[in-house]
Design a protein around this ligand. Sequence first.
Ligand code: EPZ
Length: 420
Amino acid sequence: MDKIVIEGGKRLSGEVKISGAKNAALPILVSSLLADGWSTFTNVPDLRDIRTVCKILENHGATVLLDENDSSVIRINGSGLNNFEAPYDLVRQMRASILVLCPIVARLKKARISLPGGCAIGARPINLHLKGLEKLGAKIELKHGYVEASAEKLIGAEIYFDIPTVTGTENLMMAAVLAEGRTILGNAAMEPEIVALADVLNNMGADVRGAGTSEITINGVDSLQPVNSRIIPDRIETGTFITAAALTKGDITITDCEPSHISAVINKFELAGVKIKSEKNTIHVQGQDVITSVDVKTLPFPGFPTDMQAQFMVLMCAANGTSMITETIFENRFIHVSELKRLGAMIKVSGNTALITGGAQLSGAPVMATDLRASASLILAGLIAKDSTSVSRVYHLDRGYEALEKKFANLGASIKRVPE
Ligand code: EPZ
């Protein structure tokens, strides 16, 4: 296992290119199961989770070709689909594997997928995925830690999500596109990744309308064609670099990003006094001497994303007053707090709220990553902590950030990856 060592105090400046979005790539790569023939995906981030999802697709019989000259190009052929089972040892590596459930039922009429289980940030139930698939006519049983689903034919239905679920919406979209008749997804998630998946499905010949709103209407079709698709930029990686520029009072130009995907984040940074100028696919960030404390509540899109909560908390540790962060999406997403406090942060947690007293001069220490976005927040804290911070268990980071330490080093950070 590697660790990342940072010598704090460097002001970051320069240009950084954003990679493709993990949370768009995962459902879009899975959607290739819905068509026979070769689909080509570009701007795919080179991540552990991407390699995992490719293994899962191959397990079902798809053929996956990684371009030997360019890791951001992946070609997948869904013709060879022949296995309806996704085993525990694959699914446990990545919860999002549950995204194969609906496409496999739609194409093979049955599926046996290991239950994904929870993770550090919460129980991560999939009851809404299963309830929706049942509404489309599938028979669902939970046996020996597996979901067993079968349906001779999927019939369009009205599905209402009790809470907006991102992968739940994606899963049911991928079932409804091949169901007979019309499906309406109510209280659907509205994230940019949902819109990206809908665009890909429509380019495959599906009829998906309303993606990006809380009501998505899907008219089923008989079959879908393979597609060529470019993965949208990662809005959370973009927010992570905005945080780094603000923290280090730096001057960073972020390219190949999509400012409209992170309006709520940009709004909060501007309220904190950060100078941000957005153009087409570029954001110019100038950190200021004074960071103003700002309260944040995480919400489904278009609200402030939960995946930016840990990163923003680090900014509030360096702010000039007291701020409150309320986490409304996941029940245990403050694990990074105890590690930040080892660096000298002044944070008090009560239930789903964290009270941050700013102005602490953080000092370097060994800390441990516990989940993907917590790892990023510890690296951000290391950028401003005095002396040396070492972040262990960075395999969490490698799941969702492409060569983050190299990108920070190119911006002037003193940061390196060393074997633990
Ligand atoms: C997606 O997870 C993302 N993952 C997460 O990113 C992100 O934090 C999350 O959406 C929220 O934006 C991917 O897209 C691969 P949800 P997902 O279903 O779909 C509850 C990262 O760091 N719920 O939108 O699993 C659930 O417990 C990861 O990249 C049910 O109760 O999240 C949560 O409280 C972390 N029943 C809320 O809904 C269900 O059947 C939202 O979860 C499904 C969800």
